[in-house]
Write a protein that binds this ligand. Structure first.
Ligand SMILES: C[S@@+](CC[C@H](N)C(=O)[O-])C[C@H]1O[C@@H](n2cnc3c(N)ncnc32)[C@H](O)[C@@H]1O
Length: 290
């Protein structure tokens, strides 16, 4: 991260408030170790100790890379649904480059956005009390000029763009991580079509960061959560599930990003449907038996 970006972030009250709530409530010794990791640690350690900006992206990218490596896959696709001003997309690009260095896995990064900010809301399910038409515009030229060669933005309403993209997805670079940040229910309904392609175009499960679910009026009956709930009803072999184990696998338990982490389970993935008899038998040793 550049010094100017760091100083801009440290000037934000919400960042300090989050650090205070998340970190000062954690044990002192873990914070002390984190300080050492910040100075001497490598990328993996920094991700374990939540030291990279947008921990959800760092975790999702690294997990996708490790899941791919375990299957001999060298390329992974990453999608940001809703780009806005592009902070999240550039952060993904920056972190992806770091993770490629430590894992060798290469990322294809694709952002989707109207390019002109939020479309008009449809009804209460779009949370018009939170988001308005035209919000979150982008400087298209500046953003596109800042993207590395492995990243691109597909412009237009997701209603018109997502289907054609899904048709181009390939098992050569399966989807390994996605972020859902389109705010509206109506936009999320279109966005979730991303997860309906051919099974081999996905890792057997895909980490999904769901952004707009933690404000006071967010509910299962509107916004992204309603779209996810309907997706789970409509799709027989694709299901979103909250990643409920993650908190137990993390060093810092109070990090807010953990409640945004979901998995898309690709139940029709060939790896999840191999019923053949195994060459080796797995057995658990029983310590009570002599
Ligand atoms: C909050 S912003 C995204 C911020 C970004 N993810 C970040 O972290 O920096 C939400 C974006 O979703 C886009 N969006 C909402 N509905 C859309 C739709 N139906 N089609 C395409 N883009 C949409 C809007 O243009 C807006 O820029």
């Amino acid at each position: 991260m550049s010094m100017s970006l760091l100083s801009k972030m440290l000037g934000r009250r919400d960042i300090w408030k989050r650090i205070a709530v998340e970190r000062l409530t954690e044990p002192l010794h873990l914070n002390a170790i984190a300080a050492l990791v910040a100075v001497f640690g490598g990328t993996r350690m920094k991700i374990s100790f939540d030291l990279l900006v947008r921990q959800q992206h760092a975790f999702g990218l690294l997990h996708a890379a490790d899941t791919a490596i375990a299957r001999g896959i060298q390329h992974v696709t990453v999608v940001e649904l809703g780009v806005g001003g592009g902070t999240g997309l550039l952060n993904l690009c920056d972190l992806a480059a770091k993770i490629t260095k430590v894992t060798g896995v290469r990322f294809k990064i694709v952002g989707f956005d109207t390019g002109t900010g939020m479309p008009p809301p449809t009804d209460f399910r779009d949370h018009p009390e939170l988001y308005k038409e035209g919000w979150f515009p982008m400087d298209k030229g500046a953003l596109e000029a800042s993207l590395p060669t492995n990243a691109r933005i597909i412009f237009g309403n997701l209603r018109d763009t997502i289907g054609a993209f899904v048709a181009t997805m390939s098992p050569e670079a399966p989807l390994g991580f996605a972020t859902l940040d389109v705010d509206f229910y109506s936009s999320s309904k279109h966005a979730l079509k991303l997860f309906t392609g051919s099974a081999l175009c996905y890792l057997p499960y895909v980490t999904v960061y769901v952004d707009d679910i933690a404000l006071p009026t967010n509910t299962n009956y509107a916004g992204e959560l309603l779209a996810i709930s309907e997706f789970n009803t409509e799709e027989q072999f694709r299901k979103f599930d909250f990643n409920r184990n993650l908190v137990y696998l993390r060093v810092f338990k109070h990090a807010e990003w953990l409640i945004h982490m979901y998995k898309l389970h690709v139940l029709d993935h060939p790896e999840r449907n191999d019923l053949s008899r195994p060459p080796e038998i797995v057995a658990f040793p029983n310590p009570y038996l002599e």
